[in-house]
Design a protein around this ligand. Structure first.
Ligand code: NAD
Length: 256
């Protein structure tokens, strides 16, 4: 269904981004991957799906590197038709103990990077007459949790950016929406379970269960595959009038 389209997924060497990249590639999209860590493994997984794949290692906290990423998208693929703003980091600490450099990094990677990819992608999308922007926010774009001030502020900001861009593109074939996932068991969340376990002395399984029960009524994790499927839906014709949505996929978290 996405044959001939190119998708840029930021932070797609791991977790949710890699899951979304796989789903889009399985449906025919060419993929521009981004992110750190095991780049080769990520590229290999997409390559095996038979689409064109490239990786660009832009640090999404740096606007000039994002500009280079978008130039790379233009020269390698003729531009990005689908942009999934997924790169993100977390830091957990009370606001009066929150390291200012962590605040700046979270705002830059989780929020400002989406502004930069969006402003740079829209002209090409307009010229080609089609585009999809999917911002991976969080249930923390809708409600807060203690000790996550920067993350909550960035994700609420990302939902706001989503709505503004959706309005500015409302009379075009470009849509902009946000996904608001609850807990997904990725390295970002494993880290939080590990640090809970080291504080409480309980094992990983017990802390995993406690983490889910606190916030996520279903008691089950959301999966990267489910986020891939929802992203794929937003890329399709059936979603042409879904605009500016902040779509929660959270096991009931935000319904409470
Ligand atoms: P992850 O740690 O598994 O993956 C993060 C990805 O971002 C990796 O590919 C990493 O290399 C990349 N990345 C980190 N910093 C970067 C930078 N400066 N420049 C470029 N790439 C960078 O995390 P994840 O859980 O898959 O999270 C992906 C997104 O989903 C994040 O925006 C996160 O906030 C959001 N999210 C996660 C959950 C969850 O429960 N895991 C829930 C809601 C939202």
């Amino acid at each position: 269904a996405l044959k001939g389209k190119t998708a840029l997924v930021t932070g797609s060497t791991s977790g949710i981004g890699l899951g979304i990249a796989k789903t889009l590639a399985q449906n025919g999209a060419n993929l521009l991957l981004n992110g750190f860590g095991d780049v080769e493994a990520a590229v290999g997984q997409i390559e095996r799906l038979g689409v064109k794949v490239r990786h660009h290692g832009a640090d999404m906290s740096r606007p000039e590197e994002i500009e280079a990423l978008m130039r790379f998208a233009a020269t390698e693929f003729g531009g990005a038709d689908i942009v999934v703003n997924n790169a993100g980091i977390q830091h957990v600490a009370p606001v009066d103990d929150f390291p200012p450099e962590k605040w700046d990094a979270i705002l830059a990677i989780n929020l400002s990077s989406a502004f930069h990819t969006t402003r740079l992608a829209i002209p090409g999308m307009k010229a080609r007459g089609w585009g999809r922007i999917v911002n991976i926010a969080s249930v923390h774009g809708l409600v807060a949790s203690a000790n996550k001030s920067a993350y909550v502020a960035a994700k609420h900001g990302l939902v706001g950016l989503t709505k503004a861009v959706a309005l500015e593109t409302a009379d075009t074939a470009i849509t902009c929406n946000a996904l608001c996932p609850g807990w997904v068991l990725t390295p970002l969340v494993r880290q939080q379970i590990d640090s809970r376990a080291s504080r409480s002395g309980r094992d990983f399984a017990a802390e995993q269960k406690a983490l889910l029960l606190e916030k996520q009524p279903s008691g089950d994790f959301v999966t990267p595959e489910q986020l891939g499927a929802l992203t794929l839906f937003l890329c399709g014709d059936a979603a042409a009038q879904v605009r500016g949505a902040a779509w929660n996929i959270d096991g009931g978290w935000a319904a409470q």
